[in-house]
Ligand binder design. Structure first.
Ligand SMILES: Cc1ncc(COP(=O)(O)O)c(C=O)c1O
Length: 404
């Protein structure tokens, strides 16, 4: 590889927390949800973020994963989240757009950025290189490879994203991204000829149910590298680790990491690449809850609230699953028996309803607050202002509600 080197930017020294100065970004802080509710009206829904909970999850990932843990910014780019991840030891970020790069660089000037979105405009690739000093790019076709190679090879890492035909996840990323194994071999060979650092990646799909999906991809990665006669610099196993939105509904993250560890031993015993993962969902989901106000209850029990699928609940259109809930009235938790209730959001679109009936207290009434746990991933990140309804704000809480 000659004099090429992957710039590590700066070591993990204690870094000024934020360029913006305000550690809490002007976000009000409370002890817990009760504390927030007794001091605020719920006219607008609200995200309650716990840095403590995020630190706990992040440190668990870093302790158990047999490689480096980076964060997929798209799942939750809120400054509080990015700062808390940095504080917990996550210093590498998978960014998918110039906007994400701008945000991370402004908050965390020494963060390592990986531009792992293969469908890029040439202009975005060039700006990422020049303005944000990104030196690590994912490609999945010849045009994308040429785009990156045009920037020069010095200090560059090119990671080829490949796909297999599996479907064991809620989202099937293979329909949009990834080269087939044969094409991946060709791309890897071409990249190697240019003298860049060569790596492989895959993403088994978000909310992946089966640890063996990772083992299959590791086996395929080893074959691709062998056929291309490339000794991989790095293997990025993507994200996809699932969250137990229903208790016990998914395998533990330990099982996934154990399978990955075994796959590495089995398929890369001779030349072990550096291992990286870039979870979004499983890293951030449990650090945020969302409280929404009940605005109306129909005679048939249907519940209307001031947030819905055009707000923090976009994923309810894709994932048919209840979330953990608890219900507040005047600063106290309702303990009445529960019954299944349809929940509708505030817009006039009939699609604006949660995917399945949720079990709620039978005496729920307007003015009550429903708190949903595990709302940290793809919630506030994907919200809209449809029907003129403003997205909820963030507050920070010492002790968050996870529902677990
Ligand atoms: C390239 C890439 N990496 C990581 C992630 C994060 O995936 P997850 O939230 O399932 O962990 C995504 C999600 O879209 C992605 O596209």
């Amino acid at each position: 590889m000659g004099s090429n080197f992957i710039p590590r930017h700066r070591p993990m020294q204690p870094i000024p927390f934020s360029q913006e100065g305000d550690r809490n970004h002007g976000v009000p802080a409370y002890q817990d949800t009760r504390d927030y509710l007794v001091h605020n009206h719920l006219d607008q829904s609200c995200y309650l973020f716990s840095a403590k909970q995020l630190g706990r999850t992040s440190r668990k990932f870093q302790a158990l994963f047999p490689g480096e843990v980076s964060d997929a910014v798209k799942a939750n780019p809120h400054p509080l989240v990015l700062n808390a991840l940095w504080d917990s030891g996550v210093h590498t970020f998978d960014v998918a757009s110039l906007g994400e790069m701008e945000r991370v660089r402004r908050l965390l000037p020494f963060a390592r950025l990986h531009y792992n979105h293969p469908g890029r405009q040439r202009k975005a690739t060039t700006l990422a290189h020049e303005r944000f000093k990104v030196r690590s790019y994912v490609v999945d076709d010849r045009a994308g490879l040429d785009q990156v190679l045009a920037l020069g090879s010095r200090g560059m890492e090119i990671t080829v994203r490949f796909k297999l035909g599996h479907r064991s996840a809620v989202y099937d990323f293979g329909s949009k991204f990834g080269a087939g194994p044969e094409e991946a071999v060709a791309l890897l060979e071409q990249a190697k000829r240019q003298g860049v650092w060569t790596s492989l990646t895959f993403h088994p799909g978000s909310q992946c149910a089966d640890p063996l999906a990772y083992a299959d991809h590791l086996a395929a990665a080893s074959q691709i590298a062998q056929k291309a006669r490339v000794s991989l610099y790095r293997l990025n196993v993507g994200g996809g680790f699932p969250v137990a939105y229903e208790r016990g509904s998914v395998r533990r993250v330990e099982d996934f990491f154990g399978t990955i560890r075994q796959g590495l031993d089995r398929y890369f015993a001779g030349a072990r690449p550096e291992l990286l993962c870039e979870p979004g969902r499983a890293l951030v989901a449990s650090s945020v809850s969302l409280v929404a106000e009940v605005v109306h209850v129909r005679k048939n029990g249907d519940v209307f609230m001031n947030d819905g699928v055009y707000g923090g609940f976009q994923e309810q259109t894709i994932m048919k699953t209840p979330l953990p809930t608890r219900v507040w009235r005047a600063g106290r938790l309702l303990a009445s028996p529960r019954a299944p209730r349809n929940i509708f959001g505030p817009t006039c679109d009939p699609l604006d309803r949660l995917s399945v009936p949720f079990s709620l207290p039978v005496d729920i009434q307007p003015g009550d607050g429903i708190e949903f746990g595990l709302m940290g991933a793809y919630g506030s990140a994907t919200t809209t202002c449809f029907n003129g309804i403003q997205p909820g704000d963030y507050v920070s809480v010492q002790n968050g509600f996870t529902g677990c």
